[in-house]
Design a binder for this molecule. Structure first.
Ligand code: IMP
Ligand code: MG
Length: 185
C-alpha cells in the first residue's frame, strides 16, 4: 500500500484489504447465526453508493436464504444541502413483518442509518438491525444503536477506498486510506 493522490489531496494507508476481509467474515458469521431461524427470509438493504463493496463482500459470505435490495439516501435537494434526508432510491420489497438488516460502509453522524431504520419500522418491519464496516463515535449526532460493526474509528479521519470516495474518486481502491495529517480538515 502506498500513498495515493485523489484530486488535490494525498491519502495514506489506513486499513488493509486483508484486515477488512477478516472483519467482514466475522460480521457475516454473526448474521448467519442470528438470522438462521427466521420465519421469513431476512431483507438486506445495502445503502448505495458507498456500501456497494461492503454489501457485496458481506452478502457473498451470507449462507441464509435472504432477499437483497438497494437504497440510496441524499441530504441534498437539488444543489442545496438540507438537514432533511430524502430517499432517492427505495428498496423494492415489502418489509412488513420481516427482519431487515441495513448494510452501510460507514456510520458518521448516524443520520442515514437512523433515517432508514425509522422508515422500515414505520413500514412494519419486525426488526431492523444496522451493520457497518466502520463507525465513528466521535462524529455521531443522531443516537442510534449500531448492532454490528467492523472497526471503531476513535479519531475523526476522512477516509477513502473500499467504496468510500473523495468527490467521487477512490471508491475502487481495495484498501482504505486516510487523509494525510498535513492536509487534515
Ligand atoms: P452519516 O453522516 O452517518 O449519515 O453518513 C453519511 C455518508 O457520508 C456515509 O454513508 C458515507 O457515504 C459518507 N461519509 C461519512 N464519512 C466519510 C468519510 O470519512 N469518507 C467518505 N465518505 C464518508
Ligand atoms: Mg454510505
Amino acid at each position: 500500500m502506498t500513498t495515493v493522490k485523489l484530486h488535490d489531496k494525498e491519502f495514506v494507508p489506513y486499513i488493509s484489504a486483508a484486515e477488512i476481509d477478516i472483519v467482514v467474515s466475522e460480521i457475516a458469521t454473526k448474521l448467519n447465526t442470528k438470522y438462521q431461524n427466521c420465519e421469513q427470509p431476512p431483507v438486506f438493504a445495502t445503502v448505495l453508493t458507498g456500501a456497494f463493496v461492503f454489501g457485496s463482500d458481506i452478502l457473498r459470505k451470507i449462507t441464509l436464504d435472504a432477499q437483497i435490495c438497494f437504497t440510496s439516501v441524499s441530504s441534498y435537494k437539488g444543489t442545496v444541502r438540507s438537514d432533511k434526508l430524502e430517499c432517492t432510491l427505495d428498496i423494492k420489497c415489502d418489509v412488513k413483518g420481516r427482519d431487515v438488516i441495513i448494510l452501510d460502509e460507514i456510520v458518521d453522524s448516524g443520520s442515514t442509518v437512523a433515517f432508514l431504520k425509522q422508515k422500515y419500522l414505520d413500514a412494519g418491519a419486525k426488526s431492523v438491525a444496522i451493520a457497518t464496516l466502520i463507525y465513528k463515535p466521535k462524529t455521531r449526532i443522531v443516537e442510534v444503536d449500531i448492532d454490528y460493526f467492523g472497526f471503531e474509528m476513535k479519531e475523526d479521519k476522512f477516509i477513502v477506498g473500499y467504496g468510500l470516495d473523495y468527490n467521487e474518486r477512490g471508491r475502487l481502491l481495495k484498501d482504505i486510506y486516510s487523509l494525510k495529517c498535513s492536509e487534515e480538515r
